[in-house]
Structure formats: C-alpha cells, structure tokens
Design a protein around this ligand. Structure first.
Ligand SMILES: *Cc1c(COP(=O)(O)O)cnc(C)c1O
Length: 234
C-alpha cells in the first residue's frame, strides 16, 4: 500500500471514531483531499485510496492538474481565495466552490454561470474567528446575503465553510466549530431562495475530530494525507 493510501485509511478510521464518539453515522462525513502543492500522481493516489473529493486552492494548479486528468473518478472543489478576474477558469469546471467569501465574488460567479448557462454550486465561507487576515462573511453579512440569495438564479448555496483561527492548543477551536454548527442548524430551519444547507465544511488535519464532534459533514485534509507541504520548492 502506498503511503498516501495508508494515510487515507488512517484518516478514515479517525473520522469513523470521531463520528461514533459523537453518536453520528461515519458515512455522512465526506473526506475532501486538500491537494494544494501536490502533483497529479499524488492526487490520483488519493482518489484511488477512496477520498470523496479533491479540493484545490489555486486556479493555476486546478487548471494544470485538470489538464493532466488528475481528478478522474472524483468530484473536484475549489477551496481557495478566488479573484474575480479568474472566475472563468473555475465556474463550470468544479463541482463545488467552497470559498464563496464575499459579495462581489458571488456577483462575479453569478454573471459567469449565467454566461455559460449553467448553475454553479457554492458554499458560503464564514469568517467565524473574525480575523482581519481572513476572508469570509461575518455572521451579520451572511444573514444579509441569504436574504438576498434569490438574486443569484445561477448559483445554489449548498452549505457553509469555515477556516477557524490557527489553534495553539487542542480543542481551542471547539467554540468556533460549535458556532458554525449552530448557524448551519439555524439557517437550515429557514427558507431562502437558491439556498439549501447540505454541507458544513470544517476541520483540517490538526482539528478534524473536533469539527466532526461539532457537526461537520465534510473535512478538508491535506497534510495528514500527503505529508507536510514543501513551501521552499515553489
Ligand atoms: C490547505 C487547506 C486545508 C488542509 O490543511 P491541512 O492542515 O494540510 O490539512 C483545508 N482547507 C483549506 C481551505 C486549505 O487551504
């Protein structure tokens, strides 16, 4: 078994344990491989090992790996910060844009999806830690956007995504995960045009068991599958 396959099996097992400990069905949690800075061969190995989807951060990497047919057999998501001048390279090319993080991006996505005559699924990214350095809707902005989502007929909001602050001790982000989960439940109980709360995407290598304990339906895992990223080689 390849290292990547072993890692995926281990992460699956940890997902399983976290779900069962929380009284949840492990099957309802999707494993998204965060593939940034990993090449097509690594992506293929993760798909062969059974990840549910791949998440790319950078448009350039998405385009390159898609050109190499790296994602065959698995849905591909965009999970990084997306500049409005690059929406053409992403809309209609990915199954889900997890990082719809601001109004002008939603407007650009709507325009491009309309131009292509398609409907694009997105998640609304929430800046749950209120960090100045991070993008994402604040909670009040999120409610405002939901009220107005009818003006995006070519988009469907399928849920929420969050990247909480980098934690310095285990369990530090439980509070943010719980807040996200409460938001997800509150929004699910209301009706908005073009909105359905199917996925709550939260949890990364360092904290996905906590995210699952709080109700995450999709974890985005990079390092625990592919090993540490080498930022010096790029
Ligand atoms: C890189 C990345 C991840 C995965 O991070 P790891 O700590 O390597 O698991 C998850 N989500 C997003 C948006 C990322 O950019």
């Amino acid at each position: 078994m390849s290292t990547i396959a072993q890692n995926v099996a281990r992460v699956r097992q940890q997902i399983r344990e976290a779900a069962l400990a929380a009284g949840r069905d492990p099957e309802e949690i999707l494993l998204c491989a965060a593939t940034k800075m990993n090449d097509a061969a690594a992506v293929r190995a993760a798909i062969a090992a059974g990840v549910d989807c791949c998440g790319e951060n950078r448009v350039q990497e998405l385009v390159q790996k898609a050109g190499e047919d790296a994602y065959r057999g698995a849905p591909v998501h965009f999970i990084g910060h997306l500049q409005t001048n690059k929406v053409r390279q992403v809309v209609g090319k990915v199954d889900l844009i997890q990082s719809a993080d601001r109004r002008n991006l939603l407007e650009a996505l709507e325009k491009e999806a309309a131009r292509q005559g398609i409907v694009q699924a997105v998640l609304l990214e929430v800046n749950i830690g209120g960090e100045a350095s991070k993008s994402g809707f604040s909670v009040p902005e999120l409610w405002e956007e939901l009220e107005e989502f009818g003006k995006y007929p070519h988009l469907r909001a399928r849920g929420l995504m969050a990247i909480p602050p980098v934690s310095t001790y285990p369990g530090e982000n439980l509070q943010f995960f719980s807040e996200m989960s409460q938001l997800f439940v509150d929004i699910s109980g209301k009706k908005y045009d073009n909105v359905s709360m199917a996925q709550l995407s939260m949890g990364m290598s360092g904290d996905f068991p906590d995210a699952i304990a709080c109700g995450s339906t999709m974890v985005r895992v990079g390092t625990a599958i592919f090993g540490p990223r080498d930022y010096h080689s790029v």
